[in-house]
Design a protein around this ligand. Structure first.
Ligand SMILES: [Zn+2]
Length: 847
């Protein structure tokens, strides 16, 4: 508490000394674009350049938009502008895996850009975000302060145009003297981060060099690029965050978003998005004849995106802008520039409204948290209807238990993540009895929490973010799935805890920000091979990348990366453990050839430890390395957490405990008749252990099936996971199972009584017949809607496999190139096409 209070009072003192100088509102605030005739128009005003800042042509030899600048060219131009313009300062907020800087520019009135000026901006923003700041002071700050408006580009490396547009904005704000530029400069502090993914930009790939889609990494911050950016966002908290992307086609998307929108998304922020920024971009696009759409494709649900995290975590207008990649490059950059310039102009024009409402959101969040009120689900695009309401019960507190030493690292990671997003975490100094304690996934039970338990009260300015991170369920409002539906940190980390709606006065002390967990160097380092099933498939690149991140940066275990041709060439020899992550098993099976397949079988039977998951498990089955049978699910489970039970006698159980939360998304269902070979299982649906966090329809079919099997294969062993144990490198609970599979002993005692089963020809035959599509699109409807759905799918040129179960028909739609939804010709539009056809979907799940 001391450090925080000190910072607060220093900030307060700083702010109290300045209002005299700032009492008069800065410059005249022009009305919103189009609001008043004669006002300075952001686009009709003739730009006047001072010439102090050299043009892109002078520095780079090209105009911005001629072609995509390289990451190095972007840096060079940014640094040149910062050196020449007194309105711009620059810095580096992170370094990528391959050593490239992530450079930012802060732009504003020169007196705000001095060391003291920037400190004052940070202190004032912190005061406005603190619900304890007295109203009078907050009001003065909203009169005199400036909102911080962020523009970032190129999080997906193969979507370059947002970068070039941001550099054009940089030049304009750094050099122009006309009223349109002055209005932005006088009424905002602008932060530009032209490229968020320089490695991906250079390689022309969506992900970073570790295979991470960094537009999914925002709450976990596993990647240095994300972590550095969010640290900077906490220093310069945004009221606007534009995340500039590209998509398929040649249109342009900006919000309003599609449903679902997460229930804790603050309403005023949605109001800015829909009623301040969107109309200003729409008006200018309309004038210039730019084709666009909104309320479609892009939702605001998963709390790890570059729009949802700024919105829920900072009360900003977090917005995804998407330009169709099919347009010529100059048009792409021009349209991105229009959208960025229109938004910055609108933000500046609404300076006072934005600061006032930004403050109000913090105070309201605190009041909601104090009252234990969770925001209800809403539909933003009728006639969509709410699929699932947020339960009407109070949540005033969350608790994370700290009495299990084996979970200390995972608990610390969660606490640190919360703290570094402005959440205050306390620790109980005396035991606390909670009458209505609601453990995650268990019924309410009076519980005495021991001394040392972490306590996170909801009565904080960050209440929305606390709920987003510590929820028991995401309560999906509408069954359209652009991404996953479960991400609660305690579940991901397998840290026990729960909530209470009671009025409690715990004896507790606030904790200083916890350090990052450092995993001790392993004593034993087996010779590890990692088999990548494909070099080109997205699922393989990601799953292998997430594993490489763990091995290189956390577990510090050396390994050799292999492909199917390497195995065929005998390079598996000498390995003790082979890790086979997700990927297309059929392609890999073919590429292995007879030589590779024989090598894998002989290596495993000769004493190797084959550890596979998803595609890697399917490959093991096709090779006859397991007696487990695999089948396609008929349920709809689009990225959801299940509590699974762990066999205490298994070496995989070390530091895990009796249960863990398994991330599951349309994975193959594993049936293993011999219970001794099942290390981790889905409980029966009638068991009190059965609990699902996130969306599911028909998941009962998983009840009683295997989540992880561990069986002898000749002298060797196969450890096979049905789902991803290391999803986005943030499923810390099941990652522990994986560590144990790699480093732990053989369960020889447990299975010594078993006949060492011969490879199962039956299991192999069944696996070979599995119709596994790479990254398919899934649409499920009621049987009564089948004919209309098929007509709709035919109209967009889809081909599919159909599965019926009960009253549901499920269409697994081919996506032969494995395109992500934003680059797929029709996937993103399916939800709205279905809506317009009058079909009520059970689930629409995108690749
Ligand atoms: Zn993108």
């Amino acid at each position: 508490m001391r450090a925080r209070e000190l910072a607060w009072s220093v900030a307060l003192a700083t702010s109290l000394t300045v209002p005299a100088a700032l009492a008069a509102p800065a410059a005249a605030h022009p009305p919103a674009p189009g609001a008043a005739p004669g006002a300075c128009d952001p686009f009709r005003t003739t730009p006047v350049y001072r010439g102090k800042v050299p043009s892109p042509k002078q520095v780079l030899g090209i105009e911005l938009g001629e072609r995509a600048v390289t990451a190095a060219e972007s840096d060079r131009y940014l640094e040149t502008v910062a050196a020449k313009s007194e309105r711009v300062v620059s810095g580096t907020l992170a370094t990528s895996a391959q050593g490239r800087p992530l450079k930012y520019a802060i732009i504003g009135k020169p007196r705000l850009l001095t060391k003291a000026g920037l400190a004052k901006v940070r202190a004032e923003a912190a005061l406005l975000r603190d619900p304890r700041t007295p109203d009078g002071i907050a009001k003065a700050l909203t009169r005199t302060g400036v909102p911080i408006l962020w523009v970032a580009g190129n999080i997906h490396g193969n979507e370059p145009s947002g970068t070039d547009a941001a550099l054009r904005v940089l030049r304009d704000l750094g050099d122009r003297t006309d009223c349109a530029a002055s209005n932005v400069l006088n009424n905002a502090l602008v932060v530009l981060l032209p490229t968020q993914n320089p490695d991906g930009r250079e390689a022309g790939i969506r992900q970073n060099a570790y295979g991470f889609d960094m537009n999914r990494d925002w709450f976990a911050r596993t990647q240095p690029e994300t972590d550095g950016k969010i640290s900077m966002l906490n220093q310069y908290p945004p009221a606007l965050f534009i995340d500039a992307h590209e998509m398929g086609g040649d249109s342009y998307f900006f919000p309003p978003n599609a449903d679902p929108i997460y229930h804790e998304t603050p309403e005023e922020a949605v109001g800015w998005i829909n009623d301040v920024y969107s109309p200003s971009v729409a008006a200018e696009f309309g004038r210039q004849g730019v084709d666009f759409f909104n309320r479609d494709v892009y939702d605001l649900f998963y709390q790890g995106y570059g729009d949802s995290v700024p919105t829920t975590g900072f009360n900003a207008a977090g917005m995804t802008y998407e330009k169709g990649g099919g347009s010529p490059y100059p048009d792409k950059v021009r349209e991105q520039y229009i959208a960025q310039w229109a938004s910055l102009s609108a933000g500046a024009a609404n300076r006072h409204k934005i600061l006032t409402e930004w403050r109000k959101m913090t105070v309201d969040a605190y009041k909601q948290g104090k009252a234990g009120h969770l925001e209800p689900n809403q539909i933003y695009n009728p006639p969509n209807a709410i699929d699932r309401p947020v339960p009407d019960h109070k949540v005033r507190h969350y608790f994370l238990r700290a009495d299990d030493k084996a979970k200390a690292d995972e608990a610390q990671t969660i606490v640190r993540r919360l703290q570094r997003m402005g959440v205050t975490v306390h620790r109980l100094v005396r035991p606390l009895t909670v009458k209505d304690f609601k453990p995650y996934g268990r019924p309410v039970a009076r519980t005495t929490l021991p001394k040392g338990t972490y306590w996170i009260p909801m009565a904080q300015g960050q209440k929305h973010w606390i709920q987003a991170m510590l929820n028991e369920d995401s309560y999906t409002p509408f069954p359209y799935f652009y991404d996953v539906t479960a991400w609660s940190l305690p579940l991901l980390g397998n840290v026990p805890g729960g909530s209470s709606g009671a009025d409690l006065r715990p004896a507790a002390v606030p904790l200083p920000t916890q350090p990052a967990v450092r995993v001790p160097r392993p004593g034993k380092k087996p010779k590890i091979g990692v088999l990548a099933l494909s070099a080109t498939s997205s699922s393989a690149r990601e799953s292998v990348g997430w594993l490489r991140h763990r091995l290189d940066r956390e577990w510090r275990l050396p390994y050799t990366l292999l492909n199917p041709a390497d195995v065929a060439a005998g390079k598996l020899a000498g390995a003790e453990v082979l890790l086979v992550p997700n990927g297309p098993a059929g392609t890999a099976y073919d590429q292995l050839g007879d030589a590779g397949r024989t090598a894998l079988r002989q290596w495993t039977q000769g004493g190797g430890r084959y550890i596979g998951w998803q595609g890697g498990t399917e490959l093991a089955a096709r090779l006859g390395l397991t007696t487990t049978s695999l089948s396609e699910p008929t349920s709809d489970v689009p990225g959801t957490l299940f509590r699974v039970t762990v066999d205490a006698s298994s070496p995989l159980a070390r530091n895990v405990g009796p249960t863990v939360w398994q991330f599951y998304s349309y994975d193959l269902i594993m049936k293993q008749p011999d219970p001794a070979k099942v290390a981790v299982a889905y409980p029966a649906v009638t068991s009190p252990d059965w609990f699902v966090s996130g969306f599911e329809r028909g998941a009962a079919e998983l009840g009683g099936t295997a989540a992880v099997v561990d069986e002898p294969v000749g002298e060797g062993r196969a450890v096979l996971f049905g789902g991803e144990p290391n999803f986005r490198a943030f499923t810390d609970g099941t990652a522990e199972l994986l560590v144990n599979a790699i480093l732990g002993p053989d369960p020889s005692a447990r299975v010594s009584g078993l006949a060492k089963a011969a490879p199962s020809q039956e299991a192999a035959r069944r696996a070979a017949a599995l119709p596994r599509a790479e990254s398919p699109i899934r649409v499920s409807v009621k049987a009564a809607d089948a004919a209309r759905t098929e007509a709709l799918l035919r109209s967009v040129g889809a081909t599919w496999t159909e599965r019926r179960s009960g009253d549901a028909v499920r269409y697994v739609i081919d996506n032969p190139q494995g395109l992500p939804v934003d680059h797929h010709p029709f996937a993103g539009r399916l939800a709205s096409l279905i809506r317009r056809s009058g079909i009520t979907p059970i689930a629409v799940t995108l690749p």
